[in-house]
Design a protein around this ligand. Structure first.
Ligand SMILES: Nc1ncnc2c1ncn2[C@@H]1O[C@H](COP(=O)(O)OP(=O)(O)OP(=O)(O)O)[C@@H](O)[C@H]1O
Length: 256
């Protein structure tokens, strides 16, 4: 896990509205290794979603550049999968038809890619729901389907923008374990945006703390191997977990 997968080089973003100009983030430098799992945490408005959107190629930074696997990002790429708080499943399609949507849009749906998508659905424990419709599933199940749809296109990089925040606590903990297990198994490079510090510590290799006005990197906290566990649930149980929680909380509290 030494190759650099994503490089943000002094990126800034200005939003222009009809009446105003907002400097959302300024001079962000960050390198993420292949296969690494990092979390972005920070107060509301510090630019977490803006950073993800720029990495995904939705819009370019106003200054600086983003390099993914050696190439500058100039627009959306099939190498990137994006998962959001809302699952955006199409209610008139079956679960199977939903998980194949990305492949269909990319013109890559064939017997092999379909088999892989169904395999992922099985891995998430949902194969018996293939012919069901989204309204027959719980919130946690729907987010698992959304993850399968994201993974089905086989992206190298996953951008997760608060994917668990609408779920109840128990479902969220279970899903964190499942997601980490799946992502590590399939060796994806992952960036998670979350307001839940515990989630960030339990799931990540490093936690990037952002400050605001404008958004900037305040501190990067590596999570030590002794604390990390293949299952985030176990990490949360360890005594050192609280130490890290308070350390990161303290950094966030003391916002500049
Ligand atoms: N399309 C837009 N037009 C104008 N300003 C925007 C736009 N999108 C975001 N902003 C501003 O940019 C700043 C960063 O917003 P962003 O949504 O990236 O922050 P965030 O950290 O993801 O916030 P939250 O945690 O509340 O989701 C904020 O001041 C926000 O008001």
């Amino acid at each position: 896990m030494s190759e650099i997968s994503i490089i943000l080089e002094r990126i800034s973003k200005n939003y222009h509205t009809q009446t105003d100009e907002i400097l959302a983030v300024k001079d962000i430098d960050l390198s993420i290794k292949k296969g690494e799992f990092i979390s972005l945490v920070g107060p509301s408005g510090c630019g977490k979603s803006t950073i993800l959107s720029m990495i995904s190629g939705l819009f370019p930074p106003s200054e600086g550049k983003i390099i993914i696997n050696g190439q500058e990002v100039t627009g959306p790429s099939q190498k990137i999968g994006y998962m959001l708080q809302q699952d955006y499943l199409l209610k008139w399609r079956t679960i199977e038809e939903n998980i194949l949507l990305g492949l269909e849009i990319q013109g890559r749906l064939n017997e092999i890619t379909k088999k892989h998508a169904l395999y992922l659905l099985d891995e998430m424990g949902l194969s018996s729901y293939a012919k069901a419709h989204p309204n027959q599933l719980s919130g946690g199940m729907r987010q698992r389907v959304a993850l399968v749809r994201t993974l089905a296109t086989n992206p190298d990089i996953l951008l997760l923008d608060e994917p668990f925040s609408a779920l109840d606590y128990q479902t969220k903990l279970k899903l964190e374990d499942l997601v980490v297990e799946t992502i590590r198994k399939h060796q994806k490079t992952t960036i998670l945006v979350t307001h839940d510090l515990g989630e960030a510590i339990a799931m990540s290799d490093r936690v990037v703390i952002l400050g605001k006005n404008p958004g900037h990197v305040k501190k990067i906290i590596p999570i030590p191997d002794e604390l990390r566990d293949p299952l985030p649930f176990i990490t949360r149980e360890k005594s050192e977990f609280q130490t890290y929680f308070h350390m990161i909380w303290g950094e966030m509290d003391n916002d500049e």
